[in-house]
Write a protein that binds this ligand. Structure first.
Ligand code: 2HG
Ligand code: ZN
Length: 484
């Protein structure tokens, strides 16, 4: 089924359903909705709908279904894969969830919270904290990304090791289906074996099956104490060895285990003024380890220091600093979370958001680095990330000193498809994933076709056809050719 450009009458119906302040169509006003956060895409649209209630979302989708108008759901616009950016035709409408901002309920005793899709991650976490609870999803973009986007992309981040990805933090969901009906599965139950788990379909679907408008999320006890350390290690093999030992010793108290290689530290030194540089000589890599305890546990720091000295006797690490205050802990995290920004400031980059079985990470890094040295001589491999859960942002920057817009930068970027193919082929060979946490969007539809199991792709297309037979939901994202 193909979609159609909106007629003037259809646009008038949409405006009427939304009311004053509920839509934008002036070119200056819609501009922010047309570009993705990384600047990879620029699209066009006929209208930005800004509904303020679930009923208005349903009305908009209902009109679009009747008129066969394509809809691009839009949250905080922090997608790395262009998932929320319209295509170039100008025939789609953007559906912004940003005005759905209500924290509907926080149930401290039941360890759950029900929020609108447009609530930012930071606001959701603050609402949980105000009730003495933790909502643990942790992303650098928490101030602007929205819960609806976190759900639609099954966001990951820095606490997956302990709490899982967004999918695992959901108890119930409310979704406007592509025909305009509201699917109400907004339950807070921990046990609910009533047929298929329908809500799962929409988590990670990137708005291709419907529009998430609300969710009931899991909450956790708030840790009373954190121990946060930067640990210098010899490289990935040592980091993975340390991960095993720290988990053996501290179990579920291990919340974060982030890897930052020397190349990323160099970017931070150059582009993040004031960032901590904890060691006098730059180590081959460092690991940010964070432990949390549910009760005040003054001995935790002492036990961790003791553990570090044992680990250093066994050769796993060369140096370590433990944060002595909350401010120091924040500075450690700012170093880690500032790496993407530092790499952006350094110029163009080629990104790979890959995951591997943890036991194969060191082999991957060694083999991929050799491969890339052949394909992009002089380029800098900046492979950092959430090693605790096997997710590495194995990114590449051009040779140091490459000027923006220069011939060297153009040549570097021109090789991106070849480089990505080589890296993703290696990831596939080692049993990993080419999209660990950033999703598919429109950037990686070709990769999904290439690497996903053919039967799984058939199932995905069948689901898409069943739920969105008109193909109006976020066309061109995830499944490039939905029906084929
Ligand atoms: C992170 O872990 C983000 O910092 C961004 O997922 C990764 O920029 C990247 O490649
Ligand atoms: Zn990440």
């Amino acid at each position: 089924m193909s979609t159609r450009p909106p007629t003037p009458a259809a646009l008038a119906a949409l405006r009427a359903a939304l009311g004053p302040g509920g839509w934008l169509d002036a070119s200056g006003d819609v501009e922010p909705y047309l570009r993705d956060f990384r600047g990879l895409y620029r699209g066009a649209c006929a209208l930005v709908a800004r509904p303020k209630s679930v009923a208005e979302v349903a009305a908009v989708v209902g009109i679009c279904a009747r008129e066969r108008i394509a809809i691009v759901p839009h949250g905080g616009n922090t997608s790395y894969c262009g998932g929320a950016t319209p295509g170039a035709s100008g025939e789609e409408i953007v559906l912004s969830l940003g005005r759905l901002q209500r924290v509907r309920a926080v149930d401290g005793a039941g360890y759950s919270m029900t929020v609108d899709a447009g609530v930012t991650l930071a606001a959701a976490a603050a609402a949980a904290a105000a009730a003495g609870r933790l909502f643990p999803l942790s992303l650098g973009s928490e101030g602007s990304c929205q819960i609806g986007g976190n759900l639609s992309t099954n966001a990951g981040g820095t606490a997956v090791l302990r709490y899982g990805m967004m999918r695992e933090l959901v108890l119930g969901l409310e979704v406007v289906l592509p025909d305009g009906r509201v699917l109400d599965q907004l339950r807070s139950l921990r046990k609910d074996n009533t047929g298929y788990d329908v809500k799962q379909l929409f988590l990670g679907a990137e708005g291709t099956l419907g529009v998430i408008t609300g969710a009931c999320l899991k909450l956790f006890p708030r840790p009373a104490d954190y121990v946060t350390a930067l640990v210098a290690v010899g490289g990935m093999a040592e980091a993975v060895g340390l991960l095993g030992r720290v988990r053996d010793r501290f179990g579920d108290a291990v919340e974060g285990f982030e890897y930052v290689p020397a190349a990323a530290l160099a970017l931070a030194r150059e582009h993040l003024p004031g960032s901590v540089q904890p060691f006098s000589a730059t180590p081959p890599a460092l690991v940010l380890v964070e432990l949390a305890a549910p009760e005040p546990w003054p001995e935790l720091g002492a036990r961790f220091t003791e553990f570090l000295s044992e680990a250093s006797d066994r050769g796993g690490l060369t140096d370590a600093v433990v944060a002595k205050s909350g401010a120091e802990r924040e500075a450690f995290w700012a170093l880690r979370e500032g790496i993407p920004e530092a790499q952006t400031r350094a110029g163009a980059s080629i990104k790979h958001d890959v995951s591997l079985p943890v036991g194969r990470l060191a082999e991957f890094v060694a083999r991929a680095t050799t491969l890339l040295a052949g394909l992009q001589p002089g380029a800098r491999v900046v492979g950092y990330g959430h090693v605790g859960d096997g997710n590495l942002h194995f990114n590449l920057s051009p040779p140091p000193g490459t000027a923006r817009g220069s011939e060297v930068e153009r040549a570097f970027l021109a090789r991106a498809p070849e480089v990505q193919r080589a890296v993703h082929d290696l990831v596939a060979e080692l049993g990993g994933s080419f999209s660990a946490e950033h999703g598919i969007g429109r950037l990686k539809t070709g990769e999904l076709e290439r690497y996903e199991d053919a039967v799984a792709l058939d199932v995905m297309r069948a689901v898409k056809r069943a739920l969105d037979p008109l193909g109006i939901m976020n066309p061109g994202k995830v499944l490039a050719v939905p029906g084929a």
